[in-house]
Design a binder for this molecule. Structure first.
Ligand code: TPP
Ligand code: SF4
Ligand code: MG
Length: 305
């Protein structure tokens, strides 16, 4: 994808973006992860989806899934999931739904909802011990409306709202730690580019009850600025460079399910994406590159010593 094309995408009004058309973009890492997830979860699931790119999967009254799909406002997927769970429990209690035909309740949202707008309703749902699986596909911005920055945007990335020479000034929020601090049943990070790790974690999450999170980094061609065919490679680089640690939390313990050895330089991951192009051209931003690398190094030093 040329820089001009990427810039055009960032400048377009939201109604013209690929993510807001009648279909999703080629190379969508979020869709890839969700398809792998759904293969394991199966049709006995009700998906409660907050507004975002994935909403385009279902056009009322149709869905591409054999299971059910419910659409909510951005902040409300966990509240919607509570309503569905309560309705199922009532039906079972009244004998109108055999217990063996119970359905799994899945909240599906982007990072804008999971890290920000929907965080209060998520926190409350975890506090209530809601039996649900929360799936967040994290494309590190408000993709559906043109990749504005969210609380999941990484440091220095250019977004539709941070187009200046330094990109996004903040640092990605640690949603894994925020969920873990609530002491739910299970928290894990995944990525479509590592399908075996992903499938194992989905199977584990599916066997458990209570609040569970599967947090999937979702390489996003138009939002990050790369060609769709490189989506899996960029996902693998996120893991190999240590930018996206694959890990799980259960009963107070964090386990890293893959430790990249040797770790690739973070630069290998950054330079493949137009949103970081200003760190390399017209001249290298050594200070910012070093800061990003330092933070990744210190994360791994902390968890491996
Ligand atoms: C309260 C509210 N504000 C803004 C919007 C417009 N809106 C629809 S989707 C979206 C982006 C959601 O971002 P994210 O949750 O990361 O999902 P993605 O679009 O990246 O898939 C926004 C801002 C909305 N639906 N509701
Ligand atoms: S997450 Fe990115 S790649 Fe996927 S549909 Fe949205 S804009 Fe397109
Ligand atoms: Mg997003």
């Amino acid at each position: 994808m040329s820089e001009t094309h990427y810039r055009r995408m960032q400048d377009l009004p939201s109604t013209h973006l690929l993510g807001t058309g009648t279909s999703m973009c080629a190379g969508c890492g979020g869709l890839h992860a969700f398809r792998e997830l759904y293969d394991v979860l199966g049709e006995k699931s009700v998906v409660v989806n907050a507004a975002g790119c994935m909403t385009l999967l279902a056009t009322y009254p149709f869905t591409p899934f054999r299971g059910s799909w419910l659409y909510t406002s951005m902040a409300s997927a966990p509240a919607g999931a509570q309503g569905v769970r309560d309705a199922l429990d009532l039906l079972i209690e009244k004998g109108r739904l055999p217990r063996e035909e119970d359905l799994r309740v899945v909240a599906l949202t982007g990072d804008g909802a999971a890290y920000g707008m929907g965080l209060a309703s998520t926190s409350a749902a975890i506090d209530r011990g809601l039996d649900f699986l929360y799936v967040c596909y994290d494309n590190e911005g408000y993709g559906n409306t043109g990749q504005q920055s969210s609380a999941a945007t990484p440091h220095a990335a250019r977004t539709a709202t941070n187009g200046g020479p330094r990109g996004y000034p903040g640092f990605k929020k640690d949603l894994f730690a925020i969920w873990a601090a609530h002491r739910p049943s299970y928290v894990a990070t995944v990525i479509a580019a590592e399908p075996v790790d992903l499938a194992r974690k989905v199977e584990k999450a599916a066997r458990l009850s209570g609040p569970r999170l599967l947090l999937a980094l979702a390489p996003c061609p138009p939002g990050w600025g790369f060609e769709p065919q490189h989506s899996v490679e960029i996902g693998r680089l996120a893991v190999q460079s240590g930018v996206w640690p694959l890990k799980e939390w259960q009963d107070g313990h964090v386990v890293h399910t893959k430790t990249p050895r040797p770790r690739a330089p973070v630069e290998d991951y950054l330079r493949r994406q137009q949103r970081f192009a200003h760190l390399f051209e017209p001249q290298r931003d050594e200070a910012t590159l070093a800061e990003i690398q330092r933070r990744v190094d210190s994360y791994w030093e902390e968890v491996t010593t």
